[in-house]
Design a protein around this ligand. Structure first.
Ligand SMILES: Nc1ncnc2c1ncn2[C@@H]1O[C@H](COP(=O)(O)OP(=O)(O)OP(=O)(O)O)[C@@H](O)[C@H]1O
Length: 214
């Protein structure tokens, strides 16, 4: 078995003064998919945000290749691609401009992969449209194209199937499987089955250890 790339140990997170989760530990290696499940408010988004460094952790450690990611937040940000409820796209830029902009922010040039990402999420016909004029599903497809372009080893996805039609869901599954087959890692919060064989599962129950044990 490959050694873990990502190790989460004893992670606790408070939001609004309340403990959302406490003492979470798990480890993932190359090609691992972790599905986060749990009721509304159980802490799935909070865990993804904590992993992405967007929400502070109260206790515990996140390590990548054995090194605490808090020691070099910039390097950590470069290793992950984040898809939240809000896509974080620039409304006044076109689909194409958004993808190029995101790649340049990461210090790269999309090159040939740009065409591939546009085709993968059926965005060619929309590439010159300003993102603010797109439907929810079209915006989601643009955000997913940005994720696959990123070449980040760890994808953190919050309800990635939301707003996607059947064709776009199939495109996402293909992209996820290619990423995992190439040794990438995925952590996805989801209320529905992702349709990828053999995910690991972490069922969040929220609250204090005593509440979780009840
Ligand atoms: N910005 C915030 N400030 C204070 N509390 C928050 C904030 N965001 C979320 N919370 C609280 O943190 C807890 C976990 O919320 P979170 O969004 O992580 O749940 P979730 O499992 O992703 O839920 P859902 O399935 O509804 O998306 C909830 O009790 C929620 O009310």
């Amino acid at each position: 078995m490959a050694p873990p790339l990502l190790e989460v140990t004893g992670l606790s997170c408070r939001r609004g003064g309340r403990l959302v989760f406490d003492g979470l530990s798990f480890a993932l290696g190359p090609g691992d998919l972790l599905a986060l499940t749990g009721r509304n408010g159980s802490g799935k988004t909070s865990l993804l945000r904590a992993l992405a460094g967007l929400t502070p952790v109260h206790a515990g450690m996140i390590a990548w290749q054995g090194k605490n990611v808090a020691e070099d937040p910039e390097a950590w940000r470069g290793r992950l691609a984040w898809l939240g409820h809000l896509e974080g796209l620039k409304g006044d830029l076109t689909v194409l401009e958004n993808l190029v902009f995101a790649e340049r922010l990461r210090g790269g040039e999309p090159g040939d992969r740009l065409e591939w990402a546009l085709v993968a999420f059926d965005l060619n016909a929309l590439s010159a449209r300003e993102v603010r004029t797109l439907s929810a599903g079209q915006r989601r497809r643009t955000a997913l194209a940005r994720i696959v372009l990123s070449q980040a080893p760890l994808w953190l996805l919050d309800e990635p199937l939301n707003a996607l039609d059947a064709t776009a869901q199939a495109a996402l599954r293909t992209a996820l499987q290619a990423h995992l087959a190439a040794g990438g890692l995925v952590i996805a919060a989801t209320h529905v089955e992702l349709g990828i064989p053999g995910p690991q599962r972490l069922d969040l129950r929220g609250g204090t250890p005593a509440e979780r044990a009840a």
